[in-house]
Design a protein around this ligand. Structure first.
Ligand code: HEM
Length: 413
């Protein structure tokens, strides 16, 4: 009897799979969908792709299915394009159609359903935010105003590394110090302030909350509420933590930075000649009624995330250089990886939603990397022929797996 039941169940399952495959093939032909791996019911291709949407896996799939292919991630369709022509078509020619980022249950929480700029849909609100953020952040005037500060921060990194004798022998985890520098570069622009050291309690608090947000966005749960919405009830605990972290972060931005700046500018008369920091401009826009207080806080949130982005490329470049041991390769790295005009890689994206921070990122990276290779000879730690640059893929972005140690021997002049 049991055997009969088992037989029937297996037959039922088999028919369901054959039906799903036939329907999916039929739909594919009817709607002229791009090719792709055969999906299974409910999960689509998710089980095949796994929890790792990194570019290497996608490259392997592109080799098999071509320069445009379709992945069904649960109920979401994900089309991957990987040729210069198709990228141009998507990001440029059809730029309006593809001008919005995919909504996601986690980012809806972190951005108050798109009250920010980075994750908001392509439309009026985005246009207004991009306009309001351009003058305080993304102009040559800002670069002129802060270049000296960035040089100063890079100089302090050099000084701090020189003070550590182990840097020249067993090596140090440079990333930690670079992170402080990047926060300082961004907080100088935003609030005209900096953190004295990695131990500064406010810096520690801020870094912990930003780290928590980034960890939550990397976690497995991040996508599955959208891929398979019927699973959302299981996400309740995770979403609750996301909400708490979001509240605590925004409160921190408000209490320690935005309100402080408000107080300072009300006691100091700000005329057109005095140098304003970005927050002064943003608060002006709030006073004019163009944006509300939440939008102000979400702008701070966006810059916190974007600023953190900066620590990664500088570190990767340092990695690259310490592997190559070539000072001249700085030029090569910039031309090859970072310069968008080569179109080999698109580190800053292209088109309407491309990164406006490029205008700050490139000079900051050149100053930092230049200073470091000028002052130190970089090499892997003793006993290692190269640095461990293994990656950790995730649902949202790619990271370096381990905080690698780098030996930094001061150059004598
Ligand atoms: C090396 C450092 C950086 C890299 C590699 C980088 C990369 C990116 C990428 C790939 C995007 C998405 C582009 C797209 O969807 O086509 C983006 C968007 C964005 N980035 Fe950056 N970024 C960096 C630094 C910065 C900095 C320093 C800021 C601000 C101070 C910034 C602000 C933004 C903003 C506001 C957006 C959203 C633009 C929009 O949706 O309209 N980024 N960035």
């Amino acid at each position: 009897m049991d055997l009969l039941l088992l037989e029937k169940s297996l037959l039922g399952l088999f028919i369901a799979i054959v039906l799903a495959i036939t329907i999916s093939k039929f739909r594919g032909k009817r709607f002229k969908l791009p090719p792709g791996p055969i999906p299974v019911p409910v999960f689509g291709n998710w089980l095949q792709v796994g929890d790792d949407l990194n570019h290497r896996n996608l490259t392997d799939l592109a080799k098999k299915y071509g320069e445009i292919f379709l992945l069904r991630m649960g109920q979401r369709n994900l089309v991957v394009v990987s040729s210069p022509d198709l990228s141009k078509e998507v990001l440029h020619t059809q730029g309006v159609e593809f001008g919005s980022r995919t909504r996601n249950v986690v980012f809806d929480i972190f951005t108050g359903k798109g009250q920010d700029m980075v994750f908001t849909v392509y439309g009026e609100h985005w246009r207004k935010m991009r306009r309001i953020m351009t003058v305080p952040f993304f102009t040559n005037k800002v670069v002129q105003q802060y270049r000296g500060g960035w040089e100063d921060e890079a100089g302090r990194v050099v000084e701090d590394v020189r003070k550590k004798p182990e840097a020249a022998t067993t090596g140090i985890v440079l990333r930690r110090r670079l992170q402080l520098m990047m926060y300082n570069n961004m907080y100088r622009i935003m609030f005209d302030r900096r953190f004295e050291s990695e131990e500064d309690p406010l810096f520690v608090k801020l870094k912990a909350l930003n780290g928590e947000r980034s960890r939550l966005a990397q976690s497995f749960e991040y996508n599955y509420g959208d891929f398979i919405p019927i699973l959302r009830p299981f996400l309740r605990g995770y979403l609750k933590i996301c909400k708490e972290v979001k509240e605590r972060r925004l409160q921190l931005f408000k209490d320690y930075f935005v309100d402080e700046r408000k107080k300072l500018s009300s006691t100091k008369r700000m005329d057109n000649n005095s140098l304003k920091c970005a927050m002064d401009h943003i608060l002006d826009a709030q006073q004019k009624g163009e944006i509300n207080e939440d939008n102000v806080l979400y702008i701070v949130e966006n810059i916190n995330v974007a600023g953190n982005f900066l620590a990664c490329p500088s570190l990767s470049t340092i990695f690259y250089l310490s592997v190559r041991k070539m000072r001249d390769s700085v030029k090569y790295v910039f031309a090859d990886i970072l310069c968008p005009s080569t179109f080999r890689y698109l580190p800053f994206g292209v088109g309407r939603r491309s990164c406006p921070g490029i205008i700050l990122a490139l000079p900051i990276l050149s100053i930092t990397i230049g200073r470091l290779v000028q002052n130190f000879e970089l090499s892997p730690p003793p006993g290692q022929s190269k640095l461990d640059t293994a990656e950790k893929g995730g649902q949202f972005s790619l990271h370096i797996l381990k905080h690698s140690t780098i030996v930094m021997k001061p150059r004598s002049f």
